[in-house]
Design a protein around this ligand. Structure first.
Ligand SMILES: Nc1nc2c(c(=O)[nH]1)N[C@H]1C(S)=C(S)[C@@H](COP(=O)(O)OP(=O)(O)OC[C@H]3O[C@@H](n4cnc5c(=O)[nH]c(N)nc54)[C@H](O)[C@@H]3O)O[C@H]1N2
Ligand SMILES: Nc1nc2c(c(=O)[nH]1)N[C@H]1C(S)=C(S)[C@@H](COP(=O)(O)OP(=O)(O)OC[C@H]3O[C@@H](n4cnc5c(=O)[nH]c(N)nc54)[C@H](O)[C@@H]3O)O[C@H]1N2
Ligand code: SF4
Ligand SMILES: [Mo]
Length: 710
């Protein structure tokens, strides 16, 4: 064991860990180990963002590691696909089967017949987003485009203000006006909340723009319920008011923006009266919001992923990203925009992806098309005949759940799944492989929610025959006979190349120092001083906030390379209007009248923890929240089972009748496992695969359904 262990008693040590999940908070974890067994996990009280607390999703993480349900050995299928019947095999047999089957399928169809499916079940730099990319590139497999989360938002953000870290979340304490736009902070970004609450205590006004009055909205000073998918109308109308009333910051606009005159002309059509019709927000509220936002300093906007999840999601983020420069919010500490501060982290992605291994012209298939790709609805030559899933659970997290199940059930499809548990996806596998949990592996964590680097040191030996993803791909590379040095790098060597340690942001931070302290703040000005764009300096081609986007004008629609293996090739293209504009939601209420939202659950982290006893107890059964008027019209009462259906599929949930949602909106959190759901389906059975306007983002919020009593 290489852990730096702090002895507490002769048999008790505390090891520096990190929460491995895809969550903006990236908590620093202290793991108590007694006699070689992890007995407790806790948040590091010294860490300025974690502040000693882990959330309900993770505060019993040791129970996950020692769960009796864990997959601890390689297994092969012995029952029909989907039956979940498996038999233990050796690692050698598993690797031989995988290598020989991949070889046979490649000989018959070509290497693109193999498709990896992975996302962020683990977010570590070693074991997360890019692990496996080098292997599949070397194999020549189909490139899997992963645009689950914030891809459209990132395209829009980068095209408007560049890949900037934006506002330090710790600077929120200095903000006087905080707009929480499409995010349920207390459930999904818990550790940001105390900073917002502190600002609120100091007199800040907190505004929450969300179709649902969730627990965060309930704590806001002003909740503005909005019709889903119409946020761009609100942002554009705010600009109409701000410019129309001369509330913009003329000097900032002159010095640090591009295209103001065109923007001013463009937004004349987006009047508050028009926006009120689209959004369902009263005209006076739109005016008040615009005026307060423009005249209160510092003003900050926190956007969540859901603003991108409808037909015009990209233009929505474009419109919102224009606001801070328009009013000069960037002049102040605690003013501006917070999207994904991951851009502050100089992660050495290319060292993990090895894009140069990939044969030129290798095809890309977006994972949202998985159901179609597997069922043949999407014509692919060669077809997908071998699938390898790790760090993901497409049966829960991807749209068109029924189609994915049908595809996975194909007898001629060879499916390998590496996971901690026998997920609904793993139940369809031919080979299941056991993965280690964070307590059993090395990693280094960047964050998409703060400015700290966190190390994860293994606290205990792996249970059973489980291995980290890094080791999985070392073994697979050896089985395939790949000789490149990269495939022989140990975890220690991978840690050493995880960051660009020479980058200014890493000054003073080393692996050794991280092992001592567990975490470190990037070398940036303190949160009391950090105002990255006081003097402009946006990382766009012009160095300015581009109201008129030169990137969109030149490239058309594009996917930020991180979501497609750092590949600049195969961009989406087309023509995109370089000025922000409004695109209405795609699905209308003609056949299916209710707009379904599927935000994050409170107790699960995406599908992770969705089958753990404590979290299931907290989250309860899959629910559908429906407004009393919509419930009454359908004879639905609280606590009754309802069926939610459209042309794509159907699922069953327990009705919660509440005016927390607006009439016409229904909400079912994602994350429940189909095997635990009444009727065997969950919310992604009705969601579409259709992309938003930018970045191939999903359109989960652009979903219409009908609800009936079961
Ligand atoms: N309807 C709807 N769908 C959504 C969303 C939504 O809001 N609504 N949200 C989308 C978003 S934002 C995201 S980020 C995606 C998330 O999609 P995923 O990243 O796929 O989600 P998770 O459920 O977190 O992780 C998937 C699996 O990875 C496994 N895993 C964890 N650690 C490891 C490891 O170290 N090794 C291996 N081999 N496996 C591991 C977990 O056990 C779990 O089964 O879902 C998307 N899907
Ligand atoms: N508890 C918990 N925390 C998590 C996760 C989890 O699964 N569970 N997942 C993690 C991940 S991967 C991510 S990406 C983040 C995401 O965290 P958030 O950004 O908070 O995303 P969501 O929960 O998908 O949606 C947040 C809110 O957007 C609202 N919304 C939906 N459509 C629209 C719309 O068109 N307009 C507006 N204004 N609002 C809309 C929903 O009502 C919901 O309240 O959370 C992370 N943290
Ligand atoms: S899921 Fe998020 S809030 Fe919970 S412990 Fe992990 S990083 Fe922290
Ligand atoms: Mo996400």
């Amino acid at each position: 064991m290489t852990a730096i262990e702090v002895p507490i008693t002769p048999t008790q040590t505390v090891v520096h860990g990190a929460c491995p999940h895809d969550c903006p908070d990236t908590c620093a974890m202290l793991v108590t180990v007694e006699d070689g067994r992890a007995t407790k996990v806790a948040g590091d009280p010294e860490h300025p963002f974690t502040r000693g607390g882990l959330c309900v999703k993770v505060n019993n993480y040791q129970d996950k590691t020692y769960s009796p349900d864990r997959v601890l050995h390689p297994m092969k299928r012995v029952g029909p696909k989907g039956s979940g019947r498996f038999e233990q095999i050796t690692w050698d047999e598993a690797l031989d089967t995988i290598a020989s089957t991949f070889r046979a399928r490649i000989a018959e169809h070509g290497a693109e017949t193999v498709m990896p499916v992975s996302y962020l079940g683990n977010q570590g730099i070693l074991n997360g987003l890019t692990v496996g990319d080098a292997f599949f590139n070397r194999l020549g497999a189909t490139v899997s485009e992963r645009t689950y989360c914030d891809s459209g938002s990132c395209t829009a953000y980068a095209a408007t203000i560049g890949a900037t870290a934006g506002v330090d979340p710790e600077s929120f304490v200095h903000s006087r006006y905080i707009i929480i736009w499409a995010t349920n902070t207390i459930s999904t970004n818990l550790h940001l909340w105390p900073l917002i609450a502190e600002a609120q205590k100091r007199g800040a006004k907190v505004v929450c723009i969300d179709p649902m009055r969730h627990r965060t909205a309930q704590r806001a000073d002003w909740h503005i319920p909005i019709r889903p998918g119409t946020d761009a109308a609100l942002a554009l109308a705010m600009m109409n008011v701000i410019i129309g009333e001369g509330l913009h910051d003329e000097a900032y606009v002159r010095d640090h923006t591009e295209g103001f005159d065109e923007l001013a002309e463009r937004v004349t059509q987006y009047t508050p009266e028009w926006a009120s019709q689209e959004t369902g927000i009263p005209v006076e509220d739109i005016r008040t919001l615009a005026r307060e936002y423009a005249t209160t300093d510092p003003a900050v906007i926190r956007i969540g992923v859901a603003v991108e999840r409808h037909a015009g999601g990209g233009q929505t983020v474009r419109s919102i990203a224009c606001l801070p420069a328009l009013v000069g919010a960037w002049r102040h500490v605690g003013g501006g925009l917070l999207q994904l501060p991951l851009w502050a982290h100089p992660v050495n992605w290319p060292a993990f992806v090895h894009p140069e291994y990939r044969p030129e012209g290798t095809r890309v298939v977006n994972q949202f098309l998985l159901g179609q790709a597997l069922t043949g609805e999407l014509a692919l030559d060669p077809p997908i005949t071998a699938l390898m899933v790790y760090n993901s659970n497409p049966m829960v997290v991807s749209p068109e759940q029924d189609k994915i199940a049908r595809g996975l059930a194909r007898e001629d499809l060879f499916t390998v799944v590496s996971d901690h548990f026998l997920t609904d996806t793993a139940r369809y596998a031919d080979i299941v492989l056991p993965a280690t949990t964070a307590l059993e592996q090395h990693d280094l964590m960047f964050s998409w929610g703060h400015f700290y680097v966190t190390i994860n040191t293994p606290a205990v030996e792996p249970e059973g025959e489980s291995i980290p993803n890094t080791e999985l791909f070392r073994r697979l590379a050896a089985a395939m006979g790949f000789e490149d040095d990269y495939f022989r790098l140990s975890d220690e060597e991978l840690l050493a190349q995880a960051y660009d340690w020479t980058a200014p942001a890493m000054e003073g931070i080393t692996l050794e120092s991280l092992r001592e302290t567990g975490w470190a703040r990037l070398n940036l000005p303190s949160a009391d001083e950090y105002a990255p764009h006081v003097d402009g300096g946006f990382p766009t081609p012009s160095g300015k906030t581009e109201f008129r986007s030169s990137a969109l004008e030149a490239a058309g629609n594009f996917v930020v390379p991180l979501f497609r293996q750092l590949s600049e090739e195969f961009q989406v293209g087309g023509t995109v209007d370089p000025l922000p504009h409004y695109i209405a939601p795609r699905e209308t209420g003609e056949v299916y009248p209710l707009n379904l939202l599927s935000p994050k659950s409170h107790a699960y982290i995406n599908s992770s923890a969705g089958d753990q006893a404590m979290q299931k107890r907290v989250q309860g059964e899959q629910t559908l929240t429906i407004h009393p008027a919509d419930a009454e019209a359908r004879g639905i009462e609280e606590g009754r089972y309802v069926e939610i259906a459209n042309d794509r599929g159907r699922f069953v949930a327990l009705a919660k009748v509440s005016d927390e949602v607006a009439p016409g909106v229904v909400v079912c959190p994602m994350g429940s496992w189909p095997k635990n759901a009444k009727g065997g389906s969950t919310v992604n059975s009705v969601n579409p695969f259709v992309f938003a306007d930018l970045g191939n983002a999903p359109t989960f919020s652009d979903t219409r359904v009908e609800v009936t009593l079961v």
